[in-house]
Write a new protein. Sequence first.
Length: 436
Amino acid sequence: MTPHRIILLSYLVLIAIGTLLLYLPISTYEGISFLDALFTATSAVSITGLVVVDTYKTFTPFGKFVILLLIQIGGLGYMGFTTYFLILLRRKLSLRDRILLAESVNYPGLHGLVRFLKRVVPFVVGVELLGALLLLPFFLRHFDLPTSLAMSVFHSVSAFNNAGFSILPEGLSPFRGSLWLNLVFSLLIILGGLGFYVIHELMLYQRKEIQRLSTHTKLVLIFTLFLLVAGFFVLLSDTIRWEGYSLKERLLIAFFHSVSSRTAGFSTVDLKNFSEGALFFLVVLMFVGTGPGGTGGGIKITTAVVIILVVHSYLKGSGQVVVFGRRIPEDTIQRAITIFVLSFTYTTLATLILAHTEKTPLLPTLFETVSAFSPVGLSLGNPQGLSLCADWSPFGKVVIIITMLMGRMGILSFMLALYGKGEESRIKPPEARLLL
């Protein structure tokens, strides 16, 4: 059992427990199929947000609580939560435990790992509680106190963990013009998407425990800002042709979907309002995703940046890939290329297979597949307001379930869990000369 296989097994066990709990009569008002319970549990654990049943109408308060719990555990990772409680119980971690934890939360090395976890978990809980307090006055204007408390906590956890689940009767659409709601949701989504390592390093930097930010943190912060700004202007230019929306609503729609499309999956409008060009741009944003080691998905910002830097350095004639005066190691470059190739290949093949078996147009199918893989949760949907895959065959839903699990775990970790990683041979064969 390699670390990758143990992590995969932990996700499968968590999904299985969640499925059984959601399938119980106490979890739903009228009952759902086992496949829909499995789909919902996978979507919650993988913090995707694709739904095949209406969360508000289908699930009882107990069922909604189960979904909330799955989102919370899936956001930090099963290994992160269990290890944190072991630390609270003053249990010593073995070397194997530390390796598993580092792999689970995408932490570089083992030094400072326990201190990292001790600071990150309270920070996550603190931000979610703060988010709930900020949302509470807004919901009190529309619901009674108990309902407002439940709404605030659920949506704060869902937003910070980039899950995309909502228990509002009509989703966020009626509130697309609310500046407060849009800003609070966006702030929670961005914080969750930066990555726990970046958050931890910013905490250390603010406390003056470190003198400078790492290259990784600088890249994530700079390109997060770049993608947010680029997405805002592209989507704003598309909303100009829309009718019946005020300037304030257009600005908020463009900003919110620039934030949400990279990882969260919340939406305040019908995405079919966007042009095909804008929808394809959203696919690119979803595919790139957020920072590593957080609640977001995609191939990760750093992977995309490394690929771009490799191309740039080759065209410049440089034999090294350098950023901020630091050389990127060869194994990091190989890892980035592998992640990109595997991700692109899988999403392309899955899209073609699903478009053929489910008889859906190519762009909506690609949108759904990348949304599941990233995992984001946005969908072009069906007339009932559910995800597009709600009308698909059991085969199509199973493909999306596998895609969501793969996206949450990371395609490289997922493939290593299946294939394993053998030892590198010390014998080097003769070089091959290839014409490209």
